[in-house]
Each structure stands twice: as structure tokens, then as C-alpha cells.
Design a binder for this molecule. Structure first.
Ligand code: PGA
Length: 251
């Protein structure tokens, strides 16, 4: 816990302002250095206020994403990119379509990759991250299972991008968006814990009382594959952004 910097704010909107400011600084510094900023991005309810704030910075404060390259954590297997619940659709609707990022520079695993090409696709995703120079800053949420990306309990610390089965709790949390549990995919492609831990900076957000228990386990409990987010305790540059209810069990 000692190395983890925890920022607690009254609301998610306030918490993301600081994180968006850090991203702006990183993007501008990379611009000055003549290189691209490499961001790891997340989907789900948690990052929505962050994307809203980044869009606001783009519209009102001229923050440009032209020198940004992104890699998303994960994608459901079996969903075409234009499926309303695909993470590709999510990212376009919530962020990419509202800023000046080059769509060619936005990477998300392909949920429709043919069975026999999944392994090669995952290896290519790892290679693309490496060729981009590695991830400067990775945005994360946390699932109630303790997952980061779709690394469910049991995922090893050195796991890399791969095909995974979704935990039943994760599927039932996604059920309302899919209009019922039966329609929620059972598998996904996700960056591994090792892929995530290789990022230079990790920034995890969590809002609401229903994340309080898993946050305590992940950051005050032992480092264990049973709670994959606990691996963050061993990373050198982690910051947590929490609202009051999410931080409720952190002391
Ligand atoms: P949520 O999901 O942001 O929708 O709560 C978080 C996660 O599963 O990582």
C-alpha cells in the first residue's frame, strides 16, 4: 500500500479533473518531444466522466489528440465492431468520435477474429504495444471480482493478451446493458495482467459503495491472483482516484 497514492474526492466529476489534467500534461509533453503519447484505455461506466472531461478539454481548451495512440484493455469475443455493446462502439460513442484522434491510431482487440487466429491476433496486439514504445499511462477500472481488464480471479501476474472466459459476476453485471444474461458474451480478449503492469503509470478509478469492498481487498489485502487488481500494489507508479463511497473501506 505504501507506494500507492490514493486521491479521494466528493464526486467522480471532481476526481477525474485531476486525472484529465495529468493526461493533458503527458500529451503536451510528448508533443514537445516530437513523439506520440501512448495511452491504455478502459471501457465500462467508470471512465465515462473522464472521457467527458477530455472531450471538454478538446472543445474548450484546444487539447489535441493528434499525437495520441491508444490501446484498449479488452473486447468481447463474438461481437462485431459495430454491435452496440462492443467496446469499439463504446469508445467511438463515448470518446473517439468527439475528439481529433486518428482512428488508425486507436487499437482494440478484434472480437470477430476467427478461432484459429486468436493466438496470433493476441501476439500481434502485444507487438503493436511494444512497437509504439510501450504504454505511457494506463487507465483502469476495477470489477467487483477484482478484475482489471477482463483478467478474472486466477489470472497470473505475468499473463499477456489472450482469450479468457468471463466470470459469472462480471456477466451478470453486464446483463442490463445486453438486455439479459443470455445475450452477454461468455468470452473476451484482454490484455494480460503482465501487459497492464508493463505500463509506466497506472491510474485506477472507482466510484460508488459497491466497489468499496473489492478496493479494500485489492489494496489493503495480500497480493494474490485471486484479486488481480492487487498486483498493482507491486507497481511503482499507481494512483487511485476514488469518490467518498468507493473509499468507504480504505482505512
Ligand atoms: P464498470 O466496470 O466501470 O462498469 O463498473 C469496471 C470494470 O469491470 O473494470
Amino acid at each position: 500500500m505504501s507506494r500507492i497514492d490514493v486521491r479521494i474526492q466528493a464526486s467522480a466529476e471532481e476526481a477525474v479533473r485531476e486525472l484529465a489534467g495529468e493526461l493533458r500534461e503527458l500529451i503536451r509533453r510528448c508533443q514537445d518531444e516530437g513523439r506520440r503519447a501512448v495511452l491504455g484505455l478502459a471501457t465500462g461506466r467508470t471512465p465515462l466522466p473522464l472521457y467527458s472531461e477530455l472531450i471538454r478539454l478538446h472543445r474548450e481548451e484546444e487539447l489535441s489528440f493528434r499525437n495520441v495512440i491508444t490501446f484498449n484493455l479488452d473486447e468481447y469475443l463474438g461481437l462485431p465492431p459495430d454491435h452496440p455493446q462492443s467496446y469499439r462502439s463504446f469508445m467511438r460513442e463515448q470518446f473517439f468520435d468527439h475528439v481529433d484522434i486518428d482512428p488508425e491510431c486507436t487499437h482494440i482487440p478484434d472480437g470477430m477474429v476467427p478461432e484459429e487466429e486468436v493466438v496470433a491476433h493476441c501476439e500481434a496486439y502485444e507487438r503493436a504495444i511494444e512497437e509504439a514504445g510501450g504504454i505511457d499511462l494506463q487507465i483502469l477500472g476495477i470489477g467487483r471480482t477484482g478484475h482489471i481488464g477482463f483478467n478474472e480471479p486466477g489470472s497470473p501476474a505475468d499473463s499477456r493478451t489472450r482469450r479468457v472466459a468471463l466470470d459469472e459476476m462480471t456477466r451478470s453485471d453486464a446483463a442490463p446493458a445486453f438486455d439479459g444474461l443470455a445475450k452477454v458474451p461468455t468470452e473476451a480478449i484482454t490484455m494480460g495482467c503482465g501487459t497492464i503492469l508493463a505500463a509506466a503509470r497506472l491510474r485506477l478509478m472507482a466510484w460508488g459503495a459497491n466497489k468499496a469492498e473489492i478496493l479494500r481487498k485489492a489494496f489493503l489485502g495480500p497480493v494474490t491472483a485471486e484479486v488481480p487488481a492487487s498486483f498493482l500494489q507491486e507497481h511503482e507508479d499507481v494512483r487511485l482516484f476514488l469518490d467518498g463511497p468507493a473509499a468507504g473501506e480504505m482505512d
